[in-house]
Every structure is written in C-alpha cells, then in structure tokens.
Design a protein around this ligand. Structure first.
Ligand code: SAH
Ligand code: SF4
Ligand code: F3S
Length: 493
C-alpha cells in the first residue's frame, strides 16, 4: 500500500532527513562592520542543501556586509534576494524552482530588486538558469562568491551576471564567517571544499569541483576564536573529511597529497582533529562526513585519545551490496565496510555510527536490496539519512546505467529502510536508559519551556529540566526515558 506521505515529496524528505530538513530555506542576518560605510542596500539570503552550503551562506554574508550591504530577514524589504541552492536530488531543485516562482511577485512590486542564485544548482545549470528562470539576474557558483560585489554592479546596469568558474585553490580561508543567528554554542568550520571521488550517482564533484584542503592554521585559529567567544562545539565539515591533507612546504602546496604522512610535514585529518581538540578540553569537536574508504585507524585512535572529540561517526554506506557499491563507484565493498565498523567497535567502543542510504539504484535487485537491510542490522546505526535514487544529469550513472527501478519499488524499499531504522534507533536509545551522559546544553526544548535540549557525545538529542542551566554549559544527565528520536533524563549533581 502506498504511504500517504509520498504524495508530498517535501513531507517525505522531512520524515527521512529530520534534522537538516528543519533548516531548509533558513535565512540569516549580519551586522555590517563599523568600519564599512553602508551603501544603502539590503540583501536577503535563503539557504538549501547540506551544512557546507549553510556555512557558505555565512561567507557570502561576510563578503556582502564588508562591501556595504545590510541584511534583512524579509525578502519584501530587500534590494538583493539570494537563494543558495542544492542540486543533490531532483526534489531539492524543484523546491528552489517553486521558491523562484513565489519571488516573481516581489520582483513585480519592487522595481530594481535583483534575484541571485548561488550554490550547486547555479553551478550545475550555469547560463542555462537564466534561460529557464527569466527572473534571475545573477548566477554564482560556489567558488565565485568573492566576485559577488562585481556581479551585483554588473546586474544593476541591467545585464545578466554569471560567474560559475570553479577553482583549484579557493577555500575562503581568511574570510571570517558571521554567525549571528547561531545559538552561540555550536558552529561549523569548513575544512575542505569539493570532492574528487566521483561516486557514479553524485552531482557534487561537478557542482563543487576538485577537492582542496584549507590551511590548518586558519582552521585552528577559527576554532580558538569561537571558543573565546563562548562556543563549546565545532563541527569540521567536508564531503570527505578523511582526505584532508595540507602542507606548508611550498613544493607541496596545491599538490594532491594522496598518501602523504604527517611525519613528512603534512597535516592529515587525524592530526588536524588533534590540533583542534587541543584548543581546549572544554571545546567539543565533531566532524562530517567520513568516507569508508578513507577513514583510517589513526582517526579512530585520535578519537579514543581525546575525550572532547565526540564519539560519533557519520559513515555513509549507500548500499550493503558489493555489486551495487561497485556500480556506485564507492571503491569499497561490503566486507571492507564491515571491517571499518569492527575497527570502530574495537578502538572507540562507545561510538555511535550513522549513515546515508540510497534505495533503488540502477539495476538493484530485491536480493541486493536485502543486503542493505542486513548491513543496517549489522552496523546498528543510531540514525540514518535515507533516500531513493534520483538520477542527476551529467553523472556517470546517468550516462552509463539505466534508471530502471520503478519509482514505486524505489519508494517501497525506502519505506522498508525507514521502518527498520526507526526500530534500530529505538533499540539504540533504549540501551541508553539508565546511563548518565555529559550533555552540552544548546537551547530551550521545542516542546517545553521548562526543559532544555542538548546532545551527548554520541550526537543524540537529550532533553532535561531547565533548572538554572544556561546554553553552553556542560551537565550530567541520567536518561530515564526515550523515543526513537530523543533521550529524556534528569540532572545528576
Ligand atoms: N560526501 C558525502 C555525501 C554527500 S551527499 C558522502 O560521500 O557520503 C549526501 C547524501 O545524499 C549521499 O550520501 C547520498 O546518500 C545522497 N545522494 C547523493 N546523490 C544522490 C542521488 N543522485 N539520489 C539519491 N540520493 C543521493
Ligand atoms: Fe558525492 Fe561521493 Fe563525493 Fe560524497 S564522496 S560528495 S557521495 S562524489
Ligand atoms: Fe546539495 Fe551541493 Fe551540498 S548539491 S548537498 S548543497 S554540496
């Protein structure tokens, strides 16, 4: 029987990707630096997609405020409306198209207002965007944000302005992101950009370009600054954080340091993690995303050594079947992935593991799909982001393989995955009842003014009585009850 939820793709995405989905379409405000004169114009920015896109919107806001713009959270009030877009699945793009339709009325009312499309969908469609969506004035790809002030000037003269050049070097290293509507406790730091992996289903290598690592000194400096401002948790972001590598040796800068080791003057991800963890024992460090082919035991040992490196790994499996994994060009097989899970259990026994899963990839048989379910049982994921396959133009899969699994089959398999994950999450959480965790308080619970929420090291949301606790404080919470999504508990003094 068809699940009612599927009538609405958006509701479906909401159900399967709870946490990140709640941020889709979020806007942000900034304060113009006091040293910069106002140009009398206001910008509005809305973000879609992954955490990296949200981090990029903060970079964009910094660049614009430094060139004299003020920000607004009302698009009706803006001279410049920006959408930072995602192209990962077809429904992500549809959402942006709907939003653009909606903005058409603003443009009619407010003469001279400009509309700009940024991010991955801009990069995927390039100039074509201007033909398809006539109301768009500016198209800027993820590596072109420094040129935004120029693009805006160009658009103000009535021309369409496009910059979708991808860079091998751009990391926006020294641009200090603004974090005004953050909770003041947790922040994201981009450590790599782009991706060199070429998973056959994925559009990211085309929209974000070649992988490059950001200078570790600027990463550590940003973590320090955040800690001094009162932040207590940073998440290091990259499409594949494990392939982080940076060297200051001029001979090596810009080179792909594939097998380089830390003792050769190269900072790898395990070392970077330790450098950030050493900023302060009171600063929690998280990271995302790990790639099963690259996640080394060194990273696991760094996690085991530092109590403030959170015991949580997001390790996307995509499929539990080796033939499908090969078609996906994930470059590991079922056995390799299982060995990685075992390594985590041996070296960081208290770690929680979450994953990403795609159902109904080209030619996936029912039996092969069952391997994904059994992998979920084996890995006992605490949480999963689950999707059905959506063919992306230009990818290897789109060119080489037939998207031959009927949509109802893709969705039925997805429902099985979602149901199993609900069961696994509940079991995972039930096993925590009676345990006491250190929780970093983040804010007031969405359900009750009398309660706060925070997360434990394993990235589980924990709700507890407010008492006199303030966001940013660490508390000990004994878990007394749970649902599949949340732990509930009482304060232990
Ligand atoms: N860099 C990360 C994932 C980035 S995209 C990694 O390698 O794991 C986030 C997730 O979106 C992916 O893990 C995958 O599960 C999903 N995804 C990517 N392309 C997709 C597609 N064409 N159809 C459905 N899901 C897709
Ligand atoms: Fe896409 Fe694969 Fe790169 Fe992740 S590792 S961003 S799934 S190509
Ligand atoms: Fe989407 Fe681009 Fe992120 S395609 S998931 S916004 S890297």
């Amino acid at each position: 029987m068809e699940n009612k939820l599927y009538n609405n793709e958006l509701a479906f995405e909401l159900a399967t990707k709870k946490i990140d989905e709640s941020r889709q379409g979020e806007t942000l405000t900034v304060e113009r630096p006091s040293t910069t004169a106002s140009n009398g114009k206001k910008f509005y920015i809305e973000s879609y997609g992954c955490q990296m896109n949200f981090a990029d919107s903060e970079v964009v806001a910094s660049i614009l405020s430094q060139s004299g713009f003020d920000s607004t959270t009302e698009f009706t009030d803006a001279d410049l409306i920006l959408l930072n877009t995602c192209a990962i699945r077809d429904n992500a793009e549809q959402r942006v198209r709907h939003r653009l339709q909606h903005l058409q009325s603003v443009k009619k009312k407010k003469k001279g207002a400009l509309i700009g499309v940024l991010g991955c969908m801009a990069e995927r469609l390039k100039e074509k965007f201007l033909e398809e969506e006539k109301i768009v004035d500016i198209v800027a790809g993820p590596d072109a944000y420094r040129s935004l002030p120029l693009l805006i000037e160009e658009a103000e003269t009535g021309q369409k302005a496009v910059n979708v050049l991808l860079s091998r070097e751009e990391t926006y290293a020294e641009i200090n992101p603004v974090r005004l509507n953050s909770n003041g406790v947790t922040a994201f730091i981009s450590i790599t950009r782009g991706c060199d992996n070429m998973c056959s289903f994925c559009v990211v290598p085309f929209t974000r370009g070649r992988e490059r690592s950001r200078d570790y000194e600027s990463i550590v400096a940003e973590a320090k600054e955040l800690f001094e401002k009162g932040y207590r948790e940073v998440t290091l972001l990259g499409q594949n954080v494990d392939s982080y590598r940076y060297s200051k040796d001029p001979k090596l800068v810009g080179k792909k340091l594939v097998d380089a080791k830390y003792d050769e003057g190269v900072v790898n991800f395990a070392r970077l993690l330790e450098m950030v963890a050493e900023v302060s024992p009171l600063l929690r460090v998280r990271f995302s995303t790990s790639h099963p082919k690259d996640m080394t035991d060194d990273v696991l040992h760094a996690m085991a050594k530092h109590p403030n490196i959170c015991k949580y790994i997001h390790l996307p499996v995509q499929s539990g079947n080796s033939r499908v994994l090969e078609l996906m060009n994930r470059t590991y097989d079922r056995e390799w992935y299982m060995q990685r899970i075992e390594a985590i259990r041996n070296i960081v026994p208290d770690a929680a593991v979450s994953t990403d899963i795609i159902t109904g990839f080209c030619t996936e048989t029912e039996e092969e799909f069952r391997d994904t379910l059994s992998m979920m049982e084996f890995a006992k994921y605490s949480m999963s982001y689950m999707f059905f396959y959506s063919e992306r133009p230009g990818t290897v899969a789109a060119k080489k393989y037939k998207d031959d699994i009927p949509e109802e089959v893709k969705k039925r398999r997805l429902q099985e995955v979602v149901d199993l994950q609900m069961k696994l999450s509940l079991e995972h959480n039930k096993a925590d009842v009676g345990k006491t965790f250190e929780v970093l308080a983040e804010g007031t619970s969405h359900r009750s003014e009398e309660h706060l929420f925070g997360r434990n090291s394993q990235n589980k949301v924990v709700v507890f009585p407010k008492a006199d606790i303030k966001p940013g404080m660490y508390v000990q919470v004994k878990v007394t009850d749970c649902t599949s999504a949340t732990l509930k508990g009482e304060l232990v003094h």
